[in-house]
Design a protein around this ligand. Structure first.
Ligand code: AMP
Length: 397
């Protein structure tokens, strides 16, 4: 079954319950404010579309952080309500809770055209995919919209169980559509040559994605701390680089596999004696005792760039080094620039890689910057997500 998108819905005089991913970084000081508004900004086209198409009341919902089923003030959606009110230039009422007594009076307020429910994860029922919790949420509206791609890999009540109560009345928003279409381009017959860059810190977190990608890619470029278990498994010296024994075993198995030939590893490194130390160059693959690898070196950048420049599809997840520190950011920044200058279909996903790409000033030149790190990895690995399946087929609970 195909997903119904909001363009297919009739919102005229309807109450609409819409799930977004407002899980946005906040400042530490009081009162807390949003420090990076990207996720809320990306929700605005769907919100505006629903409002402009005659809906009677729009009820917004999201999670924020990990309050684990308890009310914790620091995870209140208050800063999001304020930001939305500014952006939409209208009142956004923040309900005290998502269900029960804390919500009813707010929904009944005469001027409450837009109501934001308080953090869904203040209630245990959200993460346990509880039907009763989902049923309570469903009573607020006639139509359900899901635009929270970042939460689509979770089997949580507001993205999964809730479908039980909106048969044929569940629609995907614009962001969800964009994300699915971009990832489908990677999954279904990507244009060749196809190169994937996988970096970051831990092999075990991304092993399944790497295995899946090895089937379809022509080259899999490894960078960041991810590279050292691979190099160690080939008996290279990695000094005191981040490298667990468990990851060395996983890397060894991947390289042994026939498809392991597609894996490309760094030829040189930017190293240091500590995470805060001075950057030095190790011109060979080996990293001397007492040093750790913290970025890929110039020969590696050159080799990776050559592969990327002739690729027609590029997928990137995970930085090439400790890019948060300037002295270890060059590999990540240079590759961002190389990709930005290709005509390839380029998709970057994962919180750290997305901030690296933004920092490099090249984000608009990527074909797609995915908002959901975990969701995009899981979609690549499994070809489906619980939240997306539910939009397609409903739920059987
Ligand atoms: P991940 O969440 O697995 O994508 O990992 C991203 C994090 O890995 C970022 O905070 C990077 O700074 C960090 N990282 C990347 N390369 C290295 C490295 N060589 N040594 C230590 N940390 C690294």
């Amino acid at each position: 079954m195909a997903i119904q998108y909001i363009n297919d819905a009739n919102f005229e005089k309807k109450k609409v319950l819409a799930r977004f991913d407002f899980n946005t970084p906040l400042t530490k000081e009081n009162p807390r404010t949003i420090s990076d508004s990207s996720r809320v900004d990306l929700a605005l086209p769907t919100i505006r579309y629903i409002l402009e198409n005659g809906c009677e009341q729009l009820i917004l919902m999201s999670h924020l952080g990990r309050p684990k089923g308890e009310v914790k003030k620091e995870y209140s959606l208050e800063p999001v309500a304020q930001y939305l009110a500014e952006k939409l230039n209208t009142e956004v009422v923040l309900a005290e809770a998502a269900v029960d007594a804390g919500v009813k009076p707010y929904l009944e307020l005469k001027k409450a055209k837009i109501v934001l429910l308080e953090n869904l994860r203040f209630h245990k029922g959200e993460e346990s995919n509880d039907l009763v919790f989902a049923q309570k949420l469903s009573t607020y509206a006639d139509i359900y919209v899901n635009d929270a791609f970042g939460a689509a890999h979770r089997k949580h009540a507001s993205v999964h169980a809730i479908h039980k109560f909106f048969p044929k009345k569940a629609y995907a928003g614009f962001l969800m559509k964009k994300e699915i279409e971009a990832l489908d381009k990677i999954l279904n017959k990507p244009q060749k040559p196809f190169a994937a860059i996988v970096g970051g810190a831990k092999v075990s977190d991304k092993i399944k994605t790497i295995e899946k990608l090895l089937i379809s890619v022509d080259h899999l470029l490894i960078g960041g701390a991810m590279a050292y278990p691979f190099l160690k498994s080939q008996s290279h010296q990695v000094g005191k680089s981040l490298c667990s024994n468990e990851d060395v075993e996983l890397a060894k198995n991947l390289l042994k596999n026939d498809k392991g030939k597609k894996i490309v590893l760094p030829l040189d490194h930017v190293i240091s004696e500590s995470l805060d130390g001075k950057a030095q160059l190790s011109e060979s693959i080996e990293i001397a005792d007492g040093f750790m690898g913290l970025d890929i070196g110039p020969k590696s950048i050159e080799k990776y760039s050559q592969i990327l420049q002739v690729s027609k599809t590029i997928l990137w997840n995970g930085p090439m080094g400790l890019f948060e520190k300037e002295q270890f950011a060059e590999g990540t920044m240079k590759l961002a620039q190389v990709i930005a200058n290709t005509t390839a279909f380029s998709l970057v996903g994962g919180g750290d890689s997305v901030s690296a790409v933004k920092k490099s000033g090249t984000a608009e030149k990527f074909s797609h910057v995915s908002t959901g790190g975990g969701a995009s990895l899981e979609y690549i690995e499994k070809g489906q997500l619980p939240g997306v399946q539910a939009l397609k087929f409903g739920v059987d609970l």
